[in-house]
Design a protein around this ligand. Structure first.
Ligand code: GLN
Length: 523
C-alpha cells in the first residue's frame, strides 16, 4: 500500500485499526517528496525532522488511547504565507527570504492541537499575487499532469503537492480564485470559505477584505473533515465570524452590533459549538436542490473542451434529479475591473510594511561604513526595489494610484459601490436557488511562460473566480473530468453566506458519479 496516496478518511481509519503508524505515513510522504518534488517544485521547505517528531508523538497518544481525532497523525503542507513560529516563512518573496516569524497563525495552532503533522511549506505567487506561481521568487511549480504547464495560482504549491500525493492535504488562500483555480488545474478539491469563517490571524495578507483561508484535499469528505477543525471564531481576527446560527442573517446581525464587549466575546467563543459538523450533511439527498446556471459564466471565452466537460457535469447532475435552470448575474462584467482595483489598493497598503526597517531584507548593510551614503528614503527604495518582484511592484503602483487623492473617487470608491451591487445580486439569486454552478476557469492549465509577460491576459483568466470574493460567499472546485489532452477541469459550486454544508453536499454527490477525483497523474 502506498500510504501517501490515501485520503484523510482512509488514513485515519488505518491509523485507528493499527494497520500502520503516523510515522509510517509521514515517512511515505517524505519519500514521495524526495522522489518527485525535483520535477514539480511544490515545496519551498521540508521539515522532515519536525514532522517525524510530531508523528511519533501522535503514535504515542494513540497507544495511550488519547488520540485527538481524525486529523491526528495526518501529514499536510502549508502555503508559505502562514506564519509558524521559528519556521522560515517567505511569501515566496526575496524581501522575506530569511524571515522567521515570532508567532504562529491561528489555523496552524488549531491543526497542531488536532495532531496534524506539518511536513513543510509550499510555493505560491509572491504574496499570493498571481494565477500561476510564476511570480514566486523561488521558481514556478509545475503541473503534475503536464510538467510543461503551470499548477495554477497562487496556491499552486498546495494543489500540486496534494495532486502528486506528497501530502494528504494542504492549506491555501483565496483572494480571487487562488484555491479554486489551482485545484481545478491539478484535479484536487479546493474550498474557498465564507469570508471570516476561518481566522486569517498570522497569515500574510494580499487584499484583506477578500482574503480567505481554505483546504485543498483529495476528496470532498476530506475537505469537510479539515473544515471541522479550522473553522470558527477567533478574537485575534477582527473580521472573524461570531457564529450564532446556521443562517447568514444571524451572522450579519451580530456583526452590525456596535462593539464586541466581553460578554459578547465570550458568547462568540462559545458559539463555536454551534458550528455545524461539516461531515454530517455530506450524504444528504440532493434531489430537492434547485441550481442556477448564470449565463455570464458560460460566455464566448470558455474553451470548447472546458465547455464539454462542464455540460457533461450538468447532465450528470440532472440525471440525479437536481433541478437546473439558466439564470443571470449581469454585474459579472464588472467583476474583473472592480476586483483588481480593490485588491491592488489594499495590496499597496498591506505591502507598505516591508520597508527594510521592520522585517526581512534590508538595504542597510551590517557593516556601518557601507551605510554612510544611505538616507531613509534610499533604504526604502533600494530594499523595495531589490526585494519585490514585478507583480508586487505593479500592485503597489496600481493601488497607490487608485487610492491617491485625485483618483480615489473615480476608482476605489466607485469600485466599492459596484462591489455592493455584485453582493446584492448574489443575495437575490440565493433567494431563488440553493446553489449556482459554473466552470472554475475558462481554460485548463496553460503553458509555463504563456501569459506571464501579459498581465492583463493573466488577470482576465480569473473571470470566473473573482466575482465570488467581493460577494464574500463560499465556493468549491471539484474535479469534473479531463480535456481530450488529459488536462483536469474543475466544476465550481457557489453558495450563499455560510452555505458550506450545502456546497459540500452537492460536491460530494457529484464526485461520486464519475469519481474523477480518484484519477492520479503519472509522475
Ligand atoms: N489571480 C488573482 C490575483 O492575482 C487572485 C489571487 C489570489 O486569489 N490570491 O489577484
Amino acid at each position: 500500500m502506498e500510504l501517501n496516496k490515501l485520503t484523510i478518511k482512509e488514513a485515519s481509519e488505518g491509523l485507528k485499526k493499527g494497520e500502520f503508524t503516523s510515522v509510517d505515513l509521514t515517512k511515505a510522504c517524505l519519500e514521495r517528496i524526495k522522489e518527485v518534488d525535483k520535477k514539480i517544485n511544490a515545496f519551498l521547505l521540508v521539515d522532515g525532522e519536525g514532522a517525524l517528531k510530531a508523528a511519533a508523538e501522535s503514535d504515542k497518544r494513540r497507544k495511550e488511547k488519547k488520540s485527538l481525532g481524525q486529523l491526528d497523525g495526518i501529514p499536510y503542507a502549508l502555503k508559505d504565507v502562514f506564519c509558524v513560529e521559528g519556521m522560515k516563512t517567505t511569501a515566496a518573496s526575496k524581501i522575506l527570504e530569511d524571515f522567521i516569524p515570532p508567532y504562529s497563525a491561528t489555523v496552524y495552532e488549531k491543526l497542531r492541537d488536532a495532531g496534524a503533522v506539518l511536513l513543510g511549506k509550499v510555493n505560491t505567487d509572491e504574496f499570493t499575487m498571481g494565477s500561476s506561481t510564476e511570480n514566486s521568487a523561488f521558481g514556478v511549480t509545475k503541473n503534475p499532469w503536464d510538467l510543461t504547464r503551470v499548477s495554477g495560482g497562487s496556491s499552486g504549491g498546495s494543489a500540486a503537492a496534494v495532486a502528486a500525493d506528497e501530502c494528504l492535504f494542504a492549506l491555501g488562500t483565496d483572494t480571487g480564485g487562488s484555491i479554486r483555480q489551482p485545484a481545478s488545474f491539478c484535479s484536487t478539491v479546493g474550498l474557498k470559505v465564507t469570508y471570516g469563517l476561518v481566522s486569517r490571524y498570522g497569515v500574510m495578507s494580499y487584499a484583506s477584505s477578500f482574503d480567505t483561508i481554505g483546504p485543498l484535499a483529495k476528496s470532498t469528505e476530506d475537505i469537510a473533515i479539515i473544515l471541522n477543525t479550522i473553522a470558527g471564531y477567533d478574537e485575534k481576527d477582527g473580521t472573524s465570524v461570531p457564529y450564532s446560527s446556521r443562517e447568514s442573517r444571524g451572522w450579519r446581525d451580530e456583526s452590525r452590533s456596535k462593539e464586541l464587549g466581553s460578554s459578547r466575546l465570550a458568547r462568540a467563543r462559545s458559539n463555536n459549538n454551534l458550528l455545524p459538523d461539516y461531515t454530517k450533511s455530506l450524504n444528504k439527498d440532493i434531489k430537492e436542490m434547485k441550481i442556477g446556471l448564470p449565463k455570464e459564466f458560460f460566455g464566448k471565452g470558455i474553451e470548447s473542451e472546458v465547455r464539454r466537460v462542464i455540460e457533461k457535469a450538468i447532465e450528470d447532475l440532472k440525471k440525479m434529479g437536481v433541478k437546473i435552470e439558466e439564470t443571470s448575474l449581469p454585474s459579472t462584467k464588472y467583476a474583473i475591473a472592480i476586483y483588481y482595483i480593490i485588491a491592488k489598493s489594499e495590496a499597496s497598503s498591506n505591502l507598505s510594511r516591508y520597508d527594510g526597517i521592520k522585517y526581512g531584507m534590508s538595504a542597510i548593510s551590517k557593516q556601518p561604513s557601507a551605510n554612510s551614503k544611505l538616507d531613509l528614503r534610499s533604504v526604502y527604495t533600494k530594499t523595495r526595489g531589490d526585494g519585490f518582484g514585478p507583480e508586487a511592484k505593479r500592485s503597489i503602483m496600481l493601488g497607490t494610484y487608485t487610492l491617491s487623492a485625485g483618483y480615489y473617487d473615480a476608482y476605489y470608491k466607485k469600485a466599492s459601490q459596484v462591489r455592493t451591487l455584485i453582493k446584492e445580486e448574489y443575495e437575490e439569486l440565493f433567494k431563488k436557488f440553493d446553489l449556482l454552478i459554473s466552470p472554475v476557469s475558462p481554460t485548463p492549465s496553460f503553458k509555463i511562460g504563456e501569459k506571464i509577460d501579459d498581465p492583463l491576459t493573466m488577470y482576465l483568466s480569473d473571470v470566473l473566480t473573482v466575482p465570488i470574493n467581493p460577494a464574500g460567499i463560499p465556493a468549491v472546485s471539484v474535479p469534473a473530468g479531463f480535456t481530450k489532452d488529459g488536462l483536469p477541469v474543475g466544476l465550481q459550486i457557489m453558495g450563499p453566506m455560510l452555505g458550506e454544508p450545502k456546497i459540500l453536499q452537492l460536491a460530494r454527490s457529484y464526485e461520486e458519479i464519475n469519481k474523477w477525483y480518484k484519477r492520479k497523474p503519472n509522475l
